[in-house]
Design a binder for this molecule. Structure first.
Ligand SMILES: NC(=O)c1ccc[n+]([C@@H]2O[C@H](COP(=O)([O-])OP(=O)(O)OC[C@H]3O[C@@H](n4cnc5c(N)ncnc54)[C@H](O)[C@@H]3O)[C@@H](O)[C@H]2O)c1
Length: 341
């Protein structure tokens, strides 16, 4: 018997990028689970991400807002495990609308934790981020490293992360916290670096690269990340934080070059643009603790990138998400006119 077999599981933010892959993984791995997806369907979430599971009788989608107690309460009945992913997730947007990040990422997390406490769940996986450590200019951040978030996004995520920890310490809620590095793969909203560059390159448009392009991120294929989240739920020690990395550190300019190479497009498409304020230079984590649970990434970057590129090539309807969503178009035209070009 495992921790998740036969359980009723709530996934918040399950119509988003990582959440939708996690919902699929849970249903694929455990024939006897019931999964409820709670998602507000903001610009970043879409039911198209859940096509593979919408007809599965073990899955139920509920549209709702994690900041609204009634919405969370309505789905918690009988839930034994919670995977909390719902959040505002784009750093650039957090510079222009920080309040929304505080509301969703901090207050929303509070509401989900409170509901989980009221209902006495068996497990609560909080999905945090490596960005809570701030820029790690050298070496590798261990789970005990200080949190020094630099953007309203990462500061909100750090607050949520520590709130989840507080619920474990104070109320004995069985919390597990994961801090993943950058994820990439099919179905990511095309404002994030990799899908943004893929879509731009597919259209032969310039790839706007912030600053000198030397900002370093650790890149993990989304299915590997979801396996890591599942492994932590199954084998993690409650009350503990687990970093999730890939040991695949690359500067942004190298990511751009690899995308262009996969697509057979010229590097002259790379166009330097002024850097983003507060742009963290490097993220890097030590994830030995997770490795000791038996997890290891299985998709290498070039293989994952090819799969991702193929998915975007096969789904031209998703290229237009930025322009077709009114709020996104307004945001980008106002702040990054040249990026949409
Ligand atoms: N993508 C990454 O590289 C990465 C890395 C580390 C951590 N994370 C974390 O993983 C989680 C998922 O990230 P993602 O990339 O899938 O994000 P995403 O933006 O693709 O999806 C977020 C989902 O949350 C939903 N949502 C937003 N506000 C909501 C609200 N108030 N109530 C209910 N649902 C709401 C959206 O509709 C969307 O479906 C987030 O918590 C994020 O901080 C992401």
């Amino acid at each position: 018997m495992t921790r998740l077999n036969g359980k009723r599981i709530l996934v918040t933010g399950g119509a988003g990028f990582i959440g939708s892959h996690l919902v699929e993984l849970l249903l694929r791995t455990y024939p006897d689970v019931e999964v409820i997806t709670l998602d507000k369907l903001t610009y970043a979430g879409t039911l198209d991400n859940l096509t593979a599971v919408m007809d599965d009788p073990r899955h139920r989608f509920v549209q709702g807002d994690v900041t609204r107690r009634a919405d969370v309460e309505a789905v918690l009945e009988g839930v034994q495990w919670v995977f909390h992913l719902a959040a505002e997730t784009h750093v650039d947007r957090s510079l222009y609308d920080p309040g929304r990040f505080l509301e969703t990422d901090v207050w929303g997390t509070f509401e989900v934790l409170e509901a989980a406490r009221r209902h006495g769940v068996e497990g609560f996986v909080h999905v945090s981020t490596d960005e809570v450590y701030g820029s790690v200019d050298e070496g590798w951040a261990h789970e005990a490293a200080p949190l020094e978030p630099s953007s309203p996004y990462s500061a909100s995520k750090a607050a949520a992360d520590r709130l989840a920890h507080a619920y474990a310490v104070t109320f004995g809620l069985p919390v597990l916290i994961v801090r993943p590095c950058n994820a990439y793969g099919p179905r990511q909203f095309p404002e994030k670096l990799i899908p943004f560059f893929i879509v731009r390159a597919l259209r032969d448009q310039p790839l706007p690269l912030y600053g000198d392009g030397q900002n370093v991120r650790d890149w993990l294929y989304v299915e590997d990340l979801c396996q890591a989240i599942r492994v932590v739920a199954e084998r993690g020690q409650f009350g503990t934080v687990y970093n999730v990395g890939a040991r695949n550190l690359l500067p942004n300019i190298e990511v751009a070059r690899r995308i262009l190479a996969v697509l057979g497009k010229p590097e002259s498409l790379i166009q330097r643009v002024p850097d983003r304020p507060g742009h963290d230079r490097r993220y890097a984590m030590d994830w030995d603790r997770l490795r000791r649970l038996g997890w290891w990434p299985t998709t290498d970057f070039d293989q994952g990138l090819r799969k991702t590129v193929e998915w975007y090539r096969a789904h031209p309807e998703r290229w237009h998400a930025l322009e077709s969503d009114e709020a996104s178009r307004h945001f980008y035209e106002q702040h990054y006119g040249p990026r949409l070009g």
